[in-house]
Design a protein around this ligand. Sequence first.
Ligand SMILES: NC(=O)c1ccc[n+]([C@@H]2O[C@H](COP(=O)([O-])OP(=O)(O)OC[C@H]3O[C@@H](n4cnc5c(N)ncnc54)[C@H](OP(=O)(O)O)[C@@H]3O)[C@@H](O)[C@H]2O)c1
Length: 275
Amino acid sequence: MTHIIIFGAGGQLGRELSLLFPEAYKVYHKDKSGTTHDIDNAEFIRDIMALHKPDIVINAAALANVDLCEKNNALAYQTNGKSVGTIAKYSRMYNSLLVHVSTDYVFDGKTGNYDENAIPNPINYYGTSKLIGDIYALGYENSIIVRTSGVFGHTNNFPKFVLKNLSEGKEINAIKGFYSPIHARFLAMAISHLIKKDFRGIVNIAGDRISRFDLAKRIAQIFGLNSDLIHESEPPSNMIAKRPFDSSLNIRMASALLGIDFHSTQKNIELMTKE
Ligand SMILES: NC(=O)c1ccc[n+]([C@@H]2O[C@H](COP(=O)([O-])OP(=O)(O)OC[C@H]3O[C@@H](n4cnc5c(N)ncnc54)[C@H](OP(=O)(O)O)[C@@H]3O)[C@@H](O)[C@H]2O)c1
């Protein structure tokens, strides 16, 4: 049997990965008993890796709150950067395949359509800290770095905000800009396919490029809601961290490699449920 560890099992992606790999050992930041399991604790990583000697480690844990990273650089550096180094170190010790999840926010957003060879140039500390994590993961040759964008799953996210507010007849603002949003379930599915391939290095797995405004309109259309309630707006002047304007990812490589549709906007939105 293949032994898998999933870090960040309680997050949007982690939850979907946990459903796809029920046999995996799942590490929750806080488990049901209230106990904290922190990837920033190197001894915790050492012990859990020694206990399981996994064939595969999937790191879906991150400090993904962009504004919090801007306010607390030290924590972002630790969780998104240094802790990835610790996970890579012990992955090497047990010869585990390391699948590490990265972000479109390593780019400055000036051009969009970033492929795997594009040069990162983060404009906020979240992007900087994630780029440090990518470098640690890349330093281990038995690793896959999955760059993704606009993940939406069971917690709060922009598509859910759109669906909830339009369902309640409320007006919403979609901040100008483009990205490549993907449902956490399709991202997890694509990662599971990727693991079966003999691929190492950086790969983009994300949805089709779309503006937030058009995404909101597609959600309205698919769920039969009033798209007149959607307005396109400039970024609020009090935003803590800067966001890249067009962080869309070029997904040609993953599309060819995996041969499945993980990316179409329509199919990704259809995975949302009206909760
Ligand atoms: N969300 C997006 O739009 C997006 C876009 C591009 C890339 N990504 C990347 O995709 C991956 C998955 O994102 P996601 O949306 O699933 O994020 P998420 O829902 O915030 O999940 C991250 C998980 O990591 C946990 N975590 C945070 N700090 C931790 C620590 N020190 N030790 C242990 N666990 C810790 C969080 O627990 P708590 O909630 O208890 O802190 C949470 O369960 C991340 O690498 C993220 O950077 C996300």
